[in-house]
Design a protein around this ligand. Sequence first.
Ligand code: PXP
Length: 253
Amino acid sequence: MSSPTRYPHRLRLGVNIDHVATVRNARGGAAPDPIRAAREAVAAGADGITAHLREDRRHIRDADMEILARILDVPLNFEMAATDEMIGMAVRLRPHAACLVPEKREERTTEGGLDIVGAHDSLLPRIGRLTDAGIRVSLFVEPDEAVMDAARRLGAPVVELHTGSYCEAVASGDAGRTARELARITRAAAYGAGLGLEIHAGHGLALDSVGPVAALPEIAELNIGHALIGEAIFVGLSQAIRDMRAAMDRART
Ligand code: PXP
């Protein structure tokens, strides 16, 4: 792992397009088209596109992943559960990155980080298969130092820190809780980067919460979806992305 990626000059923004597919699927037709959203996101400054193919295909579908893998000229981050089915698909499609997440059928969204301590033995060969296929593996985990150690032991080059609890704290208006959650992310980012991990973050980030996370110098990439697609209803997708990009840049400087 080379040091330049640990403290990148410019924080990357990965745009998650799952929720465009959620709206499409609500009517069972082809619109709004998540592929069009991906193209528009890239034109508006997204550094990468993230899409989560869930086991129940509730938003992104196999055909979406196939097209994204074929047409994108920015990195595709294939978010997935660490199942044989998904790993087989990733190995076939060869996205730039695979972000391994926990997945429960009944959850509304990815509710916590991956248990990489308990699942070490089952994850190790799966990470190996992805790595052997030239795919950069990222582990979506809780911001915790022991978890950073576990990621290092698994040989994954990247961790994505789950920012959900921090964002809930921001939304609650509880300044003490927000400070505690941000401190967890700050410590984990510094500790993980010190181990040589590339640090990403995401989940629940919005214009009112992104700044303090974007300001952390160790963080190389933020993956953001729901807030951007929600904001796009009012200002359009391009403007929503430009506003987020501006908030990230302001925090970074
Ligand atoms: N990163 C990961 C690993 C996720 O599972 C999600 C949600 O799909 C996101 C980022 C984006 O979260 P949000 O849609 O809340 O911005």
